[in-house]
Design a protein around this ligand. Structure first.
Ligand code: PHE
Length: 457
């Protein structure tokens, strides 16, 4: 062993009679192989090489004969020799005087393996003939070789083993035939084996950024804001002009904008309308107010882009949530009260807020919001002494820009600046998530490293 399985590959050229002859020649070799399988283990391996449903060498010969002759029967010389060869070898073993069951065992396993792998009537008929055939079957051979020749003192035991084996194999054959007749074999092969262990599919989780979006959305939702989303590719009008940033306004300089390279316009005369990746979510202030009359209360989660070089705190793509509230009677107090509510919901009730004057072209006044450092309790000192690592000893953390909507913006959306007022804010989500969850490198949000993602199931 192993048996030369390649043998089967070289038979395609032969015509039917020669094919039978070649198989018969191979059967002689098989007899020798059977003789080398001495332990039960070796025999099992040998039998399964011959008959395993998919791979067994016998079945590949079987299908070759079938393809050539249209059917395979016990009358096929080569096939018959093949099937008998191993049994012949086992039958010639020893005198059976000591422990005869040892000699019956391989014969039984040989037949069992063949029967178990006989998946249709044609194959089954061969298996049955191998056992029952009067001329060349194993059953009569056992009678001739073992029973007749057994020493008188062993005869009784051999006879008993013989009867047991006969009964056992006849039961098996009957059972097998039942399965084949009822189409059970085909069914069994088609059906799902529920005892097999399934494929383990890892369950994913929402990205931490997405989770923080959700947290913030929930907070604003609870005080009457609704969520809207907008395009990531914008026109300069929405990203700048309508936000009171005319073409040569110096803040455009800060925005490090990605402009899109566009194909020429259809008529090839006029320049195409420039497009850009939005540098903030503020364009949605305009788009929302264009569509909707006051009162307006929306937040806008989304991705924004700036031509920043990546490092631990910068990325060319990051996330913001824009907020906008406009109505007839919104005051600066509503504004700071709303922000304070949000910050305390997000970081905890003991956190304080403060604001400092700032500048944005689309808010007036503009402010920068800070929170008292939630990690050192606003003391600037770490628990074990020394400066707090989060606020660097400053006791305050810069959070985001905001302000009262500049009346000039209302002019772009046909709101009456004399009647309405409102506030807007733009929260950087990545920074907020890094703060809250102690992450020190923004790049990790974009690397999709499962070891990171798994920490925030
Ligand atoms: N859009 C501003 C930025 O990205 C933030 C902002 C939004 C400021 C709304 C004021 C009002 O920097």
């Amino acid at each position: 062993m192993p048996i030369n399985a390649r043998f089967a590959e070289n038979l395609d050229e032969l015509d039917s009679p020669k094919l039978q002859k070649a198989i018969a020649l191979f059967a002689d070799r098989l007899e020798d192989e059977a003789g080398k399988a001495n332990t039960a283990e070796e025999q099992e391996k040998f039998f399964s090489e011959l008959f395993d449903t998919q791979e067994g060498i016998f079945w590949s010969l079987y299908s070759k004969v079938l393809a050539k002759a249209g059917r395979v029967t016990w009358a096929d010389y080569g096939i018959r020799q093949f099937l008998r060869a191993p049994a012949k070898r086992f039958l010639q073993l020893g005198s059976l005087s000591d422990n005869p069951s040892r000699y019956f065992h391989p014969i039984q396993r040989y037949m069992e393996t063949l029967i178990a792998n006989s998946t249709d009537v044609g194959k089954f008929t061969l298996a049955r003939a191998l056992w029952e055939s009067r001329a060349e079957g194993i059953k009569s051979a056992i009678g001739d070789y073992w029973l007749k020749n057994a020493k008188p003192e062993a005869k009784r035991e051999v006879g008993q083993l013989y009867n047991e084996l006969t009964k056992h194999l006849e039961d098996l054959l009957k059972q097998r035939f039942g399965v084949i007749e009822s189409g059970g074999e085909a069914l069994a092969r088609e059906s799902v084996d529920l005892s097999l262990p399934g494929l383990l599919r890892l369950v994913g989780s929402r990205h931490l950024i997405r989770q923080v979006f959700q947290e913030i959305e929930d907070i604003f939702f609870s005080i009457g804001f609704s969520v809207v989303e907008g395009p990531e590719i914008e026109t300069p009008y929405y990203n700048f002009e309508a936000l009171n940033i005319p073409e040569f306004h110096p803040v455009r300089e800060d925005m490090d904008t990605f402009y899109l390279e566009l194909p020429p316009s259809r008529d090839k005369k006029t320049a195409p309308t420039p497009l850009l990746l939005r540098t903030h979510t503020s364009p949605m202030q305009i788009r929302t107010m264009e569509k909707q009359k006051p009162p307006v209360r929306v937040i806008v989660p989304g991705k924004v882009y700036r031509r920043d070089n990546p490092d631990a705190t910068h990325s060319f793509a990051f996330h913001q949530i824009e907020g906008l509230a406009v109505d007839t009677d919104i005051t600066f107090c509503d504004f700071t009260g709303t922000i304070e509510y949000f910050v305390q919901q997000f970081f905890g009730p003991s956190v304080k807020t403060r604001f400092r004057p700032s500048y944005f072209p689309f808010t007036e006044p503009s402010v920068e919001f800070d929170v008292s450092c939630p990690f050192c309790g606003g003391t600037g000192t770490a628990a074990g002494g020394g400066a707090c690592s989060k606020c660097k000893g400053a006791a305050w953390i810069e959070l985001f820009g905001a302000g009262m909507v500049d009346p000039a913006v209302y002019g772009f959306v046909n709101y009456d600046a004399k009647k309405v007022s409102g506030f807007a804010f733009g929260i950087g989500i990545d920074r907020l998530a890094m703060l809250k969850y102690g992450i020190d490198d923004i790049q990790i949000f974009f690397q999709n490293d499962v070891r990171f993602l798994k920490q925030f199931p």
